[in-house]
Write a protein that binds this ligand. Structure first.
Ligand code: WT7
Length: 652
């Protein structure tokens, strides 16, 4: 369903907004691209505390690639997120409101969070963690995960959070790649009433991660666990030690000092460690949180993401805390105990801004269409969407049923690599078109290029690239060969530009319409999955000779995972084997990588040079089985295989 409808922010949203007219937006945007250094110089002074000012605002060369923001400046992320808010009226303000899976609430003021962070930072130091060391965090949505992140930042250690839904093998791989020397985890997590044995999984991973010297365990579920003498320590015992001080002087780090590494999927099988800076990253988070969510001092802001993803980093922790906001974090899932859980939380805490993913919206729209009307949602002003293009049906339901036609829906396009919002409407001024992320944020200079590397015409599909650096952009890839991997993944494809991996088109009003990934990455429920990674997992099963994985349109998830599997000799297709193969992938990567379909095929359509013709398997998975639309098949070794695959398609 396409819609030509345009929605204008209400008078109320307009009148209280930081940016309340398109003239203001345009003026500020023009200033930000005409003289970016001047613009970001001013913003960096307004939004952050600097121990020492920078010497140069920006140095860059996308052909190397090399980017440095605020060189010579010294700052600290935990100081910016905590200490400076404890020096005034914010001291007693809630920094974090935590809502548990079972419905309990805990609240942390800026002062109490600062004390906790300092104590844990001192514990880390006492265990030998220093500036530049990597600390792996394998934790669910418990308040201590925020303490852990900020304690690392306080001492200049680099955190790397591994999503708690990943398997022990995925955890092991990321620890090995990052060379982390410390791991912070919990006894067990709770989600949707289920207990997830994280320490058991961590133990399994640590059998093969010799770099880990210390493991801290937060007690959360009273699960029975094993503690290895000399390596494992209870977080609460350590932080309560009498000899641990309440104060910890922040380590003042260079603006480009890595704040964290976050692993994400690319076109290759191996996850990439994206490295974010301290100063530029924090600035990007802070300024977008203020303007895109129109966050005011009295607001209560709720982002439903998990801290294991970039959304949790930027918009549960660093953005809101950096500007002294109140951030609500939720341990559970949207459908437990029922599909009204999010709305119940919004009512209970009088939430003003709510941020979630289209997949959650679609699922709630299907499983609890009337739930929003059962709650008092009158405090909501702004509804955010992130993770994939939002389909107009979901947008309209969100707008009318959750937002009661009163709230602005902000569709925020960005990526792990961008650190912060890149294209989004502003809730007090931008006219909204359902399904479009609308216009670039301040300082962001997008360009849509065709495959011939020319600028695309109006409404012409192309690749979304960025022309000019922005402060919160990734700085490098963790590990060896960073420059080469930066070129291969982002800067070498359209030389001189950052390439996002997304398809997009620009309409006559200058609005951006995102069209999904154009590389071998699929977007499952707003999570990035590399097809090569799932193929590698499939191929490592004893029964599997070969596989091809593609995405296909899925009603709730956006894209589902479809795996074509060629079996080794001696194995026969069966439901049991399907189950075993799916189980194997879950164990290898995690439940999010579970194929929705396994399609056993005798062979894959390959060209004479041995390449799988992906456009064909993609079409068949999507149910487009009319061979008219398949294009030229003459380069295939065995064109007949296409018919066999079509005939054996499940539910065909
Ligand atoms: C990819 C980045 C950004 C945090 C969550 C995902 C897709 C994200 C939108 C949006 C259309 C979107 C893109 C992008 N995406 N937001 N509002 N409209 N597409 O982060 O895992 O790094 O994935 O998510 O394809 O490249 P990520």
């Amino acid at each position: 369903m396409a819609t030509e409808q345009i929605f204008i922010p209400t008078k109320e949203n307009q009148s209280r907004a930081w940016i309340s007219s398109m003239e203001e937006y345009q003026k500020m945007y023009d200033a930000s691209v005409k003289d970016p250094e001047k613009f970001w110089d001013e913003q960096a002074k307004e939004f952050l505390y600097w121990k020492k000012p920078w010497d140069t605002t920006l140095e860059w060369d996308f052909t190397k690639p090399y980017v440095s923001w605020f060189k010579g400046g010294l700052t600290n992320a935990s100081y910016n997120c905590l200490d400076r808010h404890t020096q005034g009226l914010h001291r007693n303000k809630a920094a974090i409101i935590w809502e548990s899976d079972g419905g309990r609430t805990k609240m942390y003021t800026y002062q109490s969070l600062l004390t906790k962070v300092c104590r844990f930072a001192n514990v880390l130091k006492d265990h030998g963690v220093k500036k530049g060391d990597v600390v792996a965090i394998f934790m669910p949505m418990v308040p201590e995960v925020v303490t852990a992140m900020l304690a690392c930042a306080r001492i200049g250690a680099i955190h790397t959070i591994i999503f708690s839904g990943f398997s022990s093998q995925a955890l092991r791989d990321r620890i090995q790649d990052s060379n982390a020397k410390c791991l912070i985890t919990v006894d067990a997590g709770k989600r949707g009433g289920k207990v997830i044995p994280l320490k058991v999984m961590a133990d399994e991973a640590m059998l093969e991660t010799p770099t880990i010297e210390t493991c801290f365990v937060v007690t959360h579920s009273r699960a029975t666990i094993n503690m290895q003498e000399g390596r494992d320590f209870y977080y609460h015992e350590e932080t309560r030690r009498r000899d641990i001080s309440n104060e910890c002087e922040p380590e003042w780090v260079e603006a480009d000092h890595p704040l964290f590494i976050l692993y994400t999927s690319g076109s290759t099988g191996k996850p990439k460690g994206v490295v974010h800076s301290t100063g530029g990253y924090l600035l990007g988070c802070a300024i977008t949180t203020k303007y895109v969510f129109d966050l005011h001092d009295e607001d209560i802001y709720f982002c439903s993401a998990d801290v294991g993803w970039i959304t949790g980093h930027s918009y549960i922790v660093y953005g809101p805390l950096c500007i002294g906001g109140t951030s609500l974090m939720f341990e559970g899932i949207p459908t437990y105990p029922n599909a009204g859980r999010f709305w119940e939380i919004c009512e209970k805490h009088a939430v003003n801004q709510f941020y979630t993913a289209p997949t959650a919206i679609r699922s709630l729209m299907k499983n609890g269409p009337d739930e929003p009307s059962k709650y008092n949602l009158s405090n909501l002003r702004i509804l955010g969407s992130v993770g994939e293009p939002i389909n107009p049906e979901a947008w309209l339901w969100y707008f009318h049923e959750v937002g009661q036609g009163r709230c602005s829906v902000v569709d925020t396009w960005w990526q792990t690599e961008s650190g912060a919002h890149m294209i989004s409407n502003l809730p007090g001024c931008t006219p909204m078109k359902p399904g479009s992320a609308t216009l670039p944020f301040f300082g962001v200079q997008p360009i849509i290029l065709t495959e011939e590397k020319k600028e695309a015409a109006v409404d012409e599909d192309g690749r979304l690239c960025i022309k000019f650096p922005w402060p919160s952009m990734l700085r490098r890839m963790w590990g060896e060969d960073s420059d080469k991997r930066m070129m291969d993944n982002y800067f070498g494809i359209f030389p001189g530009y950052y390439f996002s991996g997304d398809g997009a088109a620009l309409d006559k009003d200058g609005y951006y319409w995102l069209k999904g990934r154009v590389d071998d990455v699929i977007n499952v429920s707003g999570h990035r999955m590399s097809t090569a990674e799932v193929e590698a997992a499939l191929n490592s099963h004893a029964a599997v000779a070969e596989s091809a994985v593609v995405g296909y349109p899925h009603e709730i998830k956006g894209e589902g995972i479809y795996g074509y599997v060629v079996l080794n000799e001696g194995f026969e297709p069966s439901d049991d084997l399907t189950q075993m193969i799916v189980g194997h992938v879950r164990k290898d990567i995690g439940p999010i990588a579970s194929p929705d379909y396994i399609h056993f095929v005798p062979d894959l359509p390959k060209t004479r040079s041995g390449k799988i013709m992906r456009r064909i398997v993609r079409k068949i998975a999507a149910g487009k089985i009319d061979k008219e639309g398949f294009g030229d098949l003459s380069t295939l070794v065995d064109p007949d295989i296409v018919d066999v695959i079509i005939e054996t398609r499940p539910n065909a």
